[in-house]
Design a protein around this ligand. Sequence first.
Ligand SMILES: [Zn+2]
Length: 334
Amino acid sequence: MVCITSCLNTTGQVTAQKEETTTMKNKIIRTDAEWKKTLTPEQYRVLRTGGTECAFTGEYYKYKDNGVYICAGCGNEVFRSSKKFESGTGWPSFFEPVDKNCITEKRDTSHGMVRTEVLCSRCDGHLGHVFNDGPQPTGLRYCINSVSLAFKTIASSSKIETATFGSGCFWCSDAAFRMLEGVKSVEVGYMGGETRNPTYKEVCAGNSGHAEVSQVKFDPTSISYDKILDIFWKIHDPTSLNRQGADTGTQYRSAIFYHSPEQKAAAEKSRDELQKTMARKIVTEITPAAEFFKAEDYHQDYYNNNQQLPYCKAVVQPKIEKIKEHLNKAKAGK
Ligand SMILES: [Zn+2]
């Protein structure tokens, strides 16, 4: 990268527009005059005219706080602090964006070089460039202008979130959720019934009213609730009422137990989106989380501890393979 014009002081000017959501359906289109009103001159130069800030001058190249970097133009979440690394270039560097949809990549032949430009996919603001000399696991270096970014802090210790799902036999969902980066722990148990501290035997008899559930603790700075929902939908058939394969009974019902109004809204939205692609009606219950009763120890991480058992080989393993494939594809951005 080269420093094309002199740098202006932008300290204190980066004001994030946090209220805006990150869906690309709400594409932001403004005239140059409108952008000039909302951005500082340096933000305008970089974001709207493809400029580059001088190395070692930006606010974020040494920044280490835990949180999410958003586009300074529109508030779109573009990079996470967990994917940031010290490149020594003087620009904030990341090895992976928040997801494949939040940025757009474009061939750039300006200044006698062939590079790949990185733009915010929501407002088309210029963020920086991506190069092939980054660290593993991606080998990429997203070299981003500080001035194109603003930062949302997320206090790490207090911000572990909980999510609870019923999707048939809990051995399957337990194994699937454990594979996700950003998931801190998974426990299987029972929720949504009438009795307290039920045993597996009672739940299996189908009279306790409980669903077999996996309860996930996750770090929202590393993985979004939406991503976990995505795996939940993929691990089972949400159109099958009180049944998954050969497992029958209300304990095997498809259910999302939400822990916040935000989770409820996200769950309903993802269900409605998925319904558009399915011929049969989704029967998943979306209800407030109730008390979680942890299942017996031998059920925890059952698949990883019992991979050789016929049920695990026949029923759990194919689902896990499918999720693995899905995650690899997502990582490859396909
Ligand atoms: Zn943007």
